[in-house]
Design a binder for this molecule. Structure first.
Ligand code: GLU
Length: 461
């Protein structure tokens, strides 16, 4: 079997969104699964709508997602250039071939592709003009995902506009021929173009590659396809929000594919092993931001300490307007690290960290009035706090492990004939101003002797 060559062929005319990323990913997965080549080709023939900023966004987003390309811009390859804006001479040459073979002709300044079949004129009511129809059997596409698809083409179509610019159908097919592409994996919105493309292949005397049209991604709520404007559609947004790219990749894999059992969270190496085109669903996939957030949380939880802390630090650094984040960044790195690590199992996403950890980095944290009212209403919490402060102040008190702190608190409770809970709520309130957070012993250990004693003293005053 010949080497698999697949390509992702985005147009840099807009933000890089979930749909583009999934198409890129499925091509990449198929290349990695088969040991083939993954090409990045930039379809930038639309001069008016292209932008260099959108192009860089494609490069950055793909790099962030880990979708490395084997041929394309920046890395080169034997079939370049890989930007269509630099391939004008190749399109001219191919149009010349069609002209020479009698499969293209000029009319009204444009160049048309000629279908071969019995021709007759009809008046088209809709377009209010006479058009030439060509009688041909339907084009049959054996799509690797959709199965057999038939479509009729019955009119010649423009391949070079009167302004000299080649049309999408032409450049797309020419490049797939010239780059020896073996499998075209793309969104289902292109299925309707495929019959034209098959005719073009035939016009060039080339056997068409295999086609695999991926089902659409439906928007989370309501009918219809997810668009770039829908909430949660843009890849850069996840990057900004501190999502883990491997969590997003895992989630994207499941938008239209599954391993054949109900596993969801899977290492990418395992997905590469199992991924195949017949395994892609025919039915549309629905975007689900809760599922994505959950996947991200599962990945966050298992990150090694160093990576988690780096991720947090990068996120905080981007929150330039967020005072809590900036205060945290200014803290001593060892302390910052401890606070982040105690938060790791407690948060759903990195973006919760500044609020979740704010009181660790500020002595002016607010005391929640409702919580205070509740905590102060039961027993004698002030006395409990004084007792705990005294116990912790004892020279032999050990602040270095959660277990040692727990022992101190439990010992105190037992001695007074009370429970651990009698000390916990008021201590938490004094130290953090709230009733949620990490375990009280962890909070005391990480805040450390000085902060804890100062906070209790201030609270009692
Ligand atoms: N430039 C086209 C797009 O962005 C690519 C179509 C294809 O993959 O063949 O939709």
């Amino acid at each position: 079997m010949s080497q698999v060559r697949v390509r992702f062929a985005p147009s840099p005319t807009g933000f890089f969104h979930i749909g583009s990323a999934r198409t890129a990913l499925f091509n990449w997965l198929y290349a990695r699964h088969t040991g083939g080549t993954f090409i990045l080709r930039i379809e930038d023939t639309d001069k008016e709508r292209n932008s260099e900023a959108f192009l860089n966004l494609i490069y950055d987003s793909m790099a962030w997602l880990g979708l490395n390309w084997d041929e394309g811009p920046k890395v080169g390859g034997a079939y370049g250039p890989y930007r269509q804006s630099e391939r004008g001479h190749i399109y001219k040459e191919y149009v010349g071939k069609l002209m020479a073979a009698g499969r293209a002709y000029e009319k009204d300044g444009a160049i048309w592709f000629k279908l071969l079949g019995e021709r007759h004129e009809v008046f088209d009511e809709h377009r209010k003009k006479t058009v030439t129809k060509v009688k041909l059997p339907p084009v049959v596409i054996e799509d690797q995902i959709r199965g057999r698809v038939e479509r009729i083409e019955d009119e010649d179509f423009v391949i070079v506009r009167s302004d000299g610019n080649p049309v999408f159908h032409l450049v797309n097919v020419v490049d797939d021929i010239a780059m020896n592409v073996t499998h075209i994996i793309r969104g289902e919105d292109h299925l309707s173009n495929t019959s034209k493309h098959v005719h073009l292949y035939e016009g060039f005397g080339v056997k068409p590659p295999a086609f695999a049209h991926i089902p659409l991604i439906l928007k989370q709520n309501g009918p219809g396809k997810m668009s770039k404007r829908d909430q949660g559609a843009l890849i850069e947004e996840y990057q900004r929000r501190g999502y883990l790219p491997e969590a997003l990749v895992n989630f994207l894999c499941l938008l239209g594919w599954n391993p054949g059992d109900d596993r969801e969270k899977m290492p990418i190496a395992e997905i590469i092993k199992l991924f195949d085109l017949p395994g892609v669903n025919q039915s549309n996939a629905r975007f689900d931001d809760k599922k994505l957030a959950h996947m991200n949380m599962a990945y966050l939880l298992e990150q090694p300490a160093d990576r988690f802390v780096t991720l947090a630090r990068e996120y905080f650094a981007r929150q330039t307007e967020n005072a809590a984040a900036q205060a945290a960044l200014a803290a001593d790195p060892a302390y910052f690290r401890e606070v982040m690590l105690l938060s790791q199992p407690k948060i759903k996403g990195v973006e919760e960290l500044p609020a979740y950890t704010a009181y660790f980095f500020s002595e002016t944290y607010a005391i929640d009035a409702k919580v205070k009212e509740k905590v102060m209403a039961k027993g004698d919490p002030k006395a409990r706090l004084q007792e705990l402060a005294a116990a912790l102040a004892a020279p032999e008190a050990n602040w270095t492990t959660d277990a040692a702190i727990e022992e101190t608190m439990k010992g105190l409770a037992t001695a007074k004939g009370l429970g651990f809970g009698d000390y916990q709520a008021v201590t938490r309130l004094a130290l953090s101003g709230t009733n949620v957070g990490p375990s009280i012993t962890t909070m005391i250990r990480v805040l450390g002797r000085e902060r804890v004693q100062a906070r209790i003293a201030r609270f009692l005053a």
